[in-house]
Ligand binder design. Structure first.
Ligand SMILES: Nc1ncnc2c1ncn2[C@@H]1O[C@H](COP(=O)(O)OP(=O)(O)OP(=O)(O)O)[C@@H](O)[C@H]1O
Length: 307
């Protein structure tokens, strides 16, 4: 379990993480979703004690990283797969990590098998493809057999086969009851990987909910209605509980079907010149939502931009 409370990180004038509170529970893959620069990597560094929060706190199983007795046995992370010394083999790298952290030598072979790197284990890491480097990074993260795992954009730059492998692997780790937090800037990727989402934009929490819920809300249709009698129509729609915004000569109505809007217009006797259903693509809706994160920040509610 990871729990962030009021987590804030400022770099000079940049507020990279802004009063972020969320929880990541075990047993499911949780997607940490936000556009580039939203503060995902910074948050992960704060979780791992690689950076100090300006204020707020983040705990892993009730403790901050620095309070953990045996950090590698509690939390593993894949941040940058290319940090391995290029002249070292995967085997030598993992052995060095195991020795310097008091982990048993047999664990090296176990994690190499787990990530399917045994055949290439003695080759120098500098000659590895990106996919192999990612596997080595994951092997390093798993060395201490931790219950909590963090992956920062693990599928970036991978070929489809590598993407599917990592996705399936993360899901199997979660199915073993581990806490798995994986960052991405693509909703489409998270839609097929993560069961839960923590969505951030400009360092702030936009929402935490299930992926299914987020997709449902992000792709919610809006209805555009044009009428010369908006003053009649607008209050009637609002009274029905629909979210209504003025849009040129018409209204943008969220949470309603064209039938419902048409029925309301008929009931109040408003002339309708246009009635159109609009649906943004998932990725478009997500971008609109996160780009205007500050404007659209509404605690645990998501407000979609619509079409
Ligand atoms: N060490 C640093 N010094 C100054 N500014 C930083 C530092 N690290 C991050 N930032 C800034 O904080 C903001 C958040 O960056 P961060 O890398 O956490 O975002 P991200 O969501 O991980 O994006 P990306 O996917 O592009 O890495 C950005 O504006 C970035 O420029």
């Amino acid at each position: 379990m990871i729990e962030a409370v009021g987590l804030t990180k400022r770099y000079g004038p940049t507020l990279a993480v802004d009063d972020l509170s969320f929880t990541v529970r075990p047993g499911v893959v949780t997607g940490f979703l936000g556009p580039n620069g939203a503060g995902k990597s910074t948050t992960m560094r704060l979780i791992l004690g690689l950076d100090r929060p300006t204020s707020g706190v983040v705990r892993i199983d009730g403790k901050t990283y620095h309070e953990l007795d045996r950090p590698l046995r509690t939390v593993g992370a894949l941040l940058d797969a290319k940090w391995v010394h290029p002249n070292r083999s995967a085997y030598a790298h993992l052995l060095w990590m195991a020795r310097s952290n008091g982990l048993p030598k047999r664990r090296v072979q176990e994690v190499l098998d787990l990530v399917g790197l045994t055949a290439a284990a003695k080759r120098r890491a500098g000659a590895y493809s990106l996919g192999m480097s990612q596997r080595l990074g994951i092997a390093s993260a798993l060395l201490g057999d931790p219950q909590v795992l963090l992956f920062d954009e693990p599928v970036n730059g991978l070929d489809p086969e590598g993407i599917v492998w990592i996705r399936t692997f993360m899901q199997s780790l979660a199915a073993q009851g581990r806490t798995v937090l994986v960052s991405s800037h693509l909703l489409s990727e998270m839609a097929v990987t993560a069961e839960e989402l923590v969505v951030i934009g400009r360092g702030r929490l936009i929402t935490q909910c299930t992926t299914a819920e987020f997709i449902e809300r992000s792709s919610a249709a809006t209805v555009f209605v044009r009428s010369p009698q908006l003053s009649k129509l607008e209050p009637a729609l609002a009274e029905k509980g629909f979210t209504v915004e003025t849009d040129g000569e018409g209204l943008k109505v969220s949470g309603a079907s064209t039938e419902e809007v048409g029925d309301v217009a008929a009931a109040v006797g408003a002339v309708v010149h246009e009635l159109t259903a609009k649906r943004a693509s998932l990725e478009q809706a997500f971008m609109a939502l996160t780009e205007d994160a500050v404007e659209y920040q509404t605690g645990h509610d998501v407000v979609t931009e619509g079409a």
